[in-house]
Design a binder for this molecule. Structure first.
Ligand code: AMP
Ligand code: ZN
Length: 458
């Protein structure tokens, strides 16, 4: 059975075939770096990491591109309100650029803590302003834009199938009636370029053929994915919230410029929910990975929790579910540790596991195969070799686990992470102060190519 993936565009499970033999282009919408990522965001990246590992399992070489939204994402997705970065700057008193740096570093630290494979390429919106301006200029030349007092907008009325990805009934959304649309002609139209407010200077603004300002949020992903993967590539991913607006708009822009719907497959991860509702950055009520680490939770236990639910069903988060995931991971690690090396994988078990992965990444069922192997009477060295195969998809780093790693107190890990953040923000005296504090607590921190290493002082 070949790999089959659920494609939001066709609303079907489709056998996956790459557009170019053996190679897969994968674009994943990345974080808006005005605040920390919450564990809901991270659930989406865990799903995308599993997808990437499943593609590798099927023998494909994956070119994986992830963007960093460091400008242009407005507080409201409807093109009004403040830019999230500039708002973050007002909140903290730091410059918008410093905030972007700091939260990018924090995000990439969460990324590594969850053992997500490093993307082939990270790309920042602010490093690709010229590409975005070129894109908008082509849209203008092709007759898809109009100008208002506050920016250049995409005219969604020019496309009969606008919003097909979300099956939007566009007629119900037209401007002029009950929907507040400002200067836009209709509610679905969206900003390509926003002007800086007259008489004021933004921290992040650029000259353009239309006036000084900044790009709208959607254009960065169309411009950067086309640049690095071409305007027709294999798979585009994101969370389910992106279907109706962000991805519909990426497709509209790309249709208008290149005549493609950008990606052959569109995959969407469902939300992590709190008992009170969905977890959202703007709500202020969100859980960070670091919050869990401070409570003594291993980040890989959160990864395990994500694997235990199918990516296309919502996952309700609470501490009981997380504790259960941690207990399962601990049980797995303790069993694995006792198994000797040198065996060969059990081909039947590997085939059953891979078949579940290939069926639209059915990780809950793949985990069931894992536990059958753990509890089986296969020779222990066979179990180890088999579980090693599974771990290339699960990413739980079973072979690397050492019990003593978990004995660094959470308060020490926190200090070390704060030092890392201070260094990323080039706040050297704060970094030195934290190093001294760690020393006073009996820990030495060393900087290596792979990040910081903590050792107890002799
Ligand atoms: P943002 O940083 O808000 O641009 O979002 C980064 C990624 O997280 C996007 O792919 C979103 O779709 C996804 N996302 C946002 N909220 C959640 C949530 N509660 N659960 C899962 N994914 C989410
Ligand atoms: Zn995007």
């Amino acid at each position: 059975m070949p790999l089959a993936l659920y494609d939001t565009w066709s609303r079907t499970l489709r056998p996956f075939t790459p557009l170019r033999p053996d190679h897969v282009g994968l674009y994943c919408c990345g974080p808006t770096v005005y605040d920390h990522a919450h564990i809901g965001n991270l659930r989406t990246y865990v799903f995308e990491d599993v997808l990437r590992r499943a593609l590798a399992l099927n023998g494909y070489t994956v070119r994986h591109v992830v963007n960093i939204t460091d400008v242009g994402h407005l507080v409201s997705d409807a093109d009004d309100g403040e830019d999230k970065m500039e708002k973050g700057s007002r909140r903290t008193g730091e410059s918008a650029w410093a905030i972007a740096e700091r939260y990018t570093a924090a995000f990439q630290r969460d990324w590594r803590a969850l053992n997500l494979l490093e993307p082939t390429l990270w790309c920042r919106a602010t490093d690709h302003i010229a590409e975005q301006i070129d894109f908008i200029a082509d849209l203008e030349r092709n007759g898809y834009t109009y100008r208002t007092a506050d920016g250049i907008y995409f005219d969604t009325a020019k496309q009969d199938d606008y919003g097909y990805l979300a099956r939007l009934a566009v007629t119900g959304l037209q401007a002029g009636k009950r929907v507040a649309v400002g200067d836009k002609q209709r509610a679905t139209d969206f900003a390509l370029w926003k002007f800086s407010a007259p008489g004021s200077t933004r921290q992040m603004e650029w000259a353009s053929p239309w006036g000084v300002g900044f790009p709208g949020w959607h254009i960065e992903c169309s411009a950067m994915s086309a640049k690095y993967l071409g305007p027709w590539f294999d798979i585009h991913c994101g969370g389910e919230d992106h279907i109706a607006v962000h991805h519909s708009n990426e497709i509209a822009q790309t249709q208008a410029r290149h005549g493609t719907r950008l990606a052959n497959f569109w995959l969407h991860g469902h939300f992590l929910m709190l008992d009170a509702g969905k977890m959202a950055k703007s709500g202020g009520d969100f859980v960070r990975l670091q919050t869990l680490i401070d409570r003594g939770v291993d980040p890989l236990a959160y990864r395990y929790l994500c694997l235990s639910a199918h990516y296309r069903s919502s996952l309700r988060f609470n501490m009981e579910a997380l504790d259960a995931a941690q207990a399962a991971l601990d049980r797995l690690r303790r069993a694995y540790r006792q198994w000797p090396e040198g065996g060969a994988p059990d081909a039947g078990a590997v085939a059953r596991f891979n078949a579940e992965v290939d069926q639209d990444l059915n990780l809950p069922r793949a985990l069931a195969v894992l536990w059958e192997v753990v509890r089986s009477d296969l020779p222990t060295s066979t179990r180890r070799a088999t579980v090693d195969c599974f771990d290339s998809v699960l990413g739980l780093r079973l072979a690397d686990w050492r019990e003593d790693v978990a004995t660094i107190p959470a308060s020490i890990t926190l200090l070390a992470m704060q030092r890392d953040e201070a260094r990323a923000a080039k706040e050297w005296s704060e970094a030195d102060r934290l190093r001294e504090q760690l020393r006073a607590e009996g820990w030495q921190v060393e900087d290596s190519a792979n990040g910081q290493v903590l050792r107890p002082l002799d």
